[in-house]
Design a protein around this ligand. Structure first.
Ligand code: GLA
Length: 393
């Protein structure tokens, strides 16, 4: 009996060797993923060109690290159950591709699914968890996005813990991105399961607003503001090594205005969200590159040790979001969801400061110091826009 007890203790402490090491994702992961723009149209050429473009465009310098192939890289299993990449689209194989990405100074990520099949109908990892994890480690994968389609009767906590144990057993530190769409409150068990980030909602779409149920009825797709609303109340579950993930960025994909993309990016930063770009970084307009590489806004997202910001005031379509920074400053978003320009204000008491306090205010998009203010700050905010400032006493 005693031997069994010790064995269990040993197994469970070893199983989270890397997961509990917040060194794996000390700040919200940053990178690029193929799905939002390219869906199943992935290939080694696309991934190589994207890695090159991330270096050339300044995205790597701005902190983007992971290059992640989403669904559809895999086609079948061989007679021994080993997962096979599409030989037409990845003729040089996944290891050579990972080497290319690493040589560019970036990290390499891949995608699989808890169930029998991925969401696009490719082989899932059910029953092959250890075999797949070993393969990913042999390919020098650094990040696994693990989806939730075709799961039959599995339990989320158990299924993601199993993959975490398999990844740890592979001997390679691999970030585990839990993608079960927030269906079973992953913020309550994602950290314990060894996840480094977990999706809190169904899929993002390249639109401002509008929730649409998936045909299977299990979840949904969302616009930016639908996702933002679903983050309210989740801030206390995030921290170094384990982040809420409101899904990847749509910035630059063409369905929203630049004002809306700036709001999307600002809100993700204040939410300490993973910043995973989802556009064609090989062909970005300068305006889009400037949004994705704004170092002061990224600095809000990546502040260490991280805490997630939250909505501190709502008055109809006018909202104030704030995030406490390590040095005691507050990053603040004045957000106008309405259809006409409007004045939005933040009172110091909304962000935990006494009203007599004098603080310096800096505009993070205009990159301008606006002066010192006592008790409050207000600005005119365009429709669907933000004014994002740092308030520093
Ligand atoms: C699900 C995920 C998406 C994407 C697709 C791929 O919908 O939530 O992010 O990975 O599957 O098929």
């Amino acid at each position: 009996m005693r031997t069994i007890f010790f064995a269990i203790v040993l197994v469970s402490s070893a199983s989270h060797m890397f997961a509990q090491d917040s060194a794996l994702a000390p700040t919200p992961p940053m990178g690029w993923n193929s799905w939002n723009k390219f869906e199943c149209n992935v290939s080694e050429d696309l991934i190589k060109q994207t890695a090159d473009a991330m270096v050339k465009s300044g995205m790597k310098d701005a902190g983007y690290q992971y290059v992640i192939i989403d669904d559809c890289w895999q086609v079948a299993r061989d007679k021994d159950g080993n997962i096979l990449a599409d030989p037409q689209r990845f003729p040089s194989g996944i290891k050579a591709l990972a080497d290319y990405v690493h040589a560019a100074g970036l990290k390499f990520g891949i995608y699989s699914d808890v169930g029998t099949k991925t969401c696009a109908g490719r082989p899932g990892s059910l029953g092959h968890e250890y075999q797949d994890a070993r393969q990913y480690a042999a390919w020098t994968v650094d990040y696994l996005k693990y989806d939730w389609c075709n799961t039959i009767t599995q339990d989320g906590h158990a299924a993601y813990s199993l993959m975490r144990q398999a990844l740890d057993a592979s001997g390679r530190p691999i970030v585990l991105s839990i993608c079960e769409w927030g269906s079973h409150t992953p913020w309550l068990w994602g950290k314990d399961a060894g996840g480094n980030l977990w999706r809190t909602t169904g899929d993002i779409k390249d639109r401002w607003q509008g929730r649409v149920k998936w045909p299977a009825g299990d979840c949904c797709s969302n616009g930016v503001v639908d996702i933002v609303d679903q983050q309210v109340g989740l801030d206390s579950f995030a921290g170094p090594g384990h982040w809420n993930d409101p899904d990847m960025l749509e910035v630059g994909n063409g369905g929203m205005t630049d004002t809306e993309y700036r709001s999307h990016f600002s809100l993700w930063a204040i939410l300490a969200a993973p910043l995973i770009a989802g556009n064609d970084v090989r062909n970005m307009r300068p305006e889009i590159r400037d949004i994705l590489t704004n170092k002061e806004v990224i600095g809000v997202d990546q502040d260490q040790p991280g805490s997630e910001g939250k909505r501190v005031k709502k008055n109809g379509d006018l909202e104030v979001w704030a995030k406490q920074m390590k040095d005691g400053s507050r990053a603040v978003i004045l957000f106008n969801r309405g259809s006409a320009e409007h004045q939005v204000s933040v009172n110091w008491e909304d962000i935990g400061y006494p009203n007599h306090l004098q603080a310096a205010v800096r505009d993070l998009w205009d990159k301008k110091d606006l002066g010192r203010f006592t008790g409050s700050f207000s600005a005119s905010v365009v429709s669907h826009g933000v004014v994002m400032v740092m308030v520093k006493p």
